[in-house]
Write a protein that binds this ligand. Structure first.
Ligand code: AMP
Length: 270
């Protein structure tokens, strides 16, 4: 695997190389990331993984500081997976050139955009930069971060004429979604988070049986979960898969959740 740390070297190595799958990450490589890499490898000649903990998407400094990082371990894992290129740039390199800024539309200021001010503006900014540098036509991203996927499709896919390949969420024993942030959880909290995931899956299942009126029960379940597990839930909402409209049970929909446990913010959807 070639490890590239500057835009200059990247340009020398893969300039205008379009038949390459791109998997952007913030590192802490786990089986969720691996599934994106495998999806790229089955379709593309080569795969480039980026590891960049993007400072501008963290709305809290402390969250950025404590975000788990282990580049040595990540390199070993990526080598084992036969990834051709790892791009691990510095923030100085990524932010040294001018690029447009993004503002969300009013209707996008929902879910995480409502609770993490500036987060998605930061995500769109860095993805715009990464996609300007890496001219891949195939991006691999996880449904775990569904709103991110939605906004990148909305704001960037046309501009870069890029296909966004969305990959299903990988879970531990079918419950808690894998996430780099799980590394910050105490052992007991992993168990709690698994129980919460199982509970929310059941809620989603019941909603299918009972239809849209079931959404009226969500405030009750939210309170129940908060009390039982001593967590703070930012949101628990049914939203349409295509347009993220609230309680739109007419087409496919998902149950979206974000909550804080051990001062760690976890998000998921079912
Ligand atoms: P991150 O490193 O958390 O920024 O994630 C990088 C990419 O991996 C994003 O496209 C995520 O949606 C995806 N991802 C993270 N966790 C999972 C998971 N459990 N299953 C599938 N994809 C995931």
């Amino acid at each position: 695997m070639k490890i590239i740390t500057s835009i200059f070297d990247l340009n020398k190595e893969i300039k205008n190389y379009k038949n390459i799958g791109f998997v952007p990450t913030m590192g802490g490589i786990h089986d969720g990331h691996k599934s994106l890499i495998k999806a790229s490898q089955t379709k593309k000649n080569k795969t480039i993984v980026s590891i960049f903990v993007n400072p501008t998407q963290f709305n809290k400094k402390d969250d950025f500081k404590k975000y788990p990082r282990n580049i040595k371990k990540d390199i070993a894992l990526l080598e084992k997976l036969n990834v051709e290129y790892l791009f691990a740039p510095s923030a100085i390199d990524i932010y040294k050139f001018k690029a447009r800024k993004f503002n969300l539309d009013q209707r996008d200021k929902i879910l995480c955009a409502k609770f993490r001010k500036g987060h998605f503006e930061g995500v769109l900014n860095v993805m715009n930069r990464l996609m300007t540098i890496i001219k891949s036509k195939d991006l691999y991203m996880g449904e775990k971060d569904y709103q991110q996927l939605y906004l990148i499709k909305k704001f960037l896919s046309k501009k870069f004429k890029v296909r966004i390949n969305s990959c299903p969420t990988i879970r531990i024993n079918n419950n808690i979604a894998l996430s780099t942030r799980n590394k910050l959880l105490k052992k007991g909290s992993i168990k709690k988070a698994s129980e919460i995931a199982l509970f929310l899956k059941k809620i989603k299942y019941r909603s299918k049986l009972q239809g849209s009126k079931f959404a009226l029960n969500l405030p009750y379940y939210k309170k129940k979960l908060e009390e039982k597990y001593n967590i703070k839930i930012d949101y628990l909402e049914f939203r349409d898969e295509k347009n993220l409209k609230l309680n739109n049970f007419k087409s496919k929909y998902r149950l979206f959740v974000a909550y804080n446990i051990d001062n760690v913010r976890l998000i998921d959807n079912y």
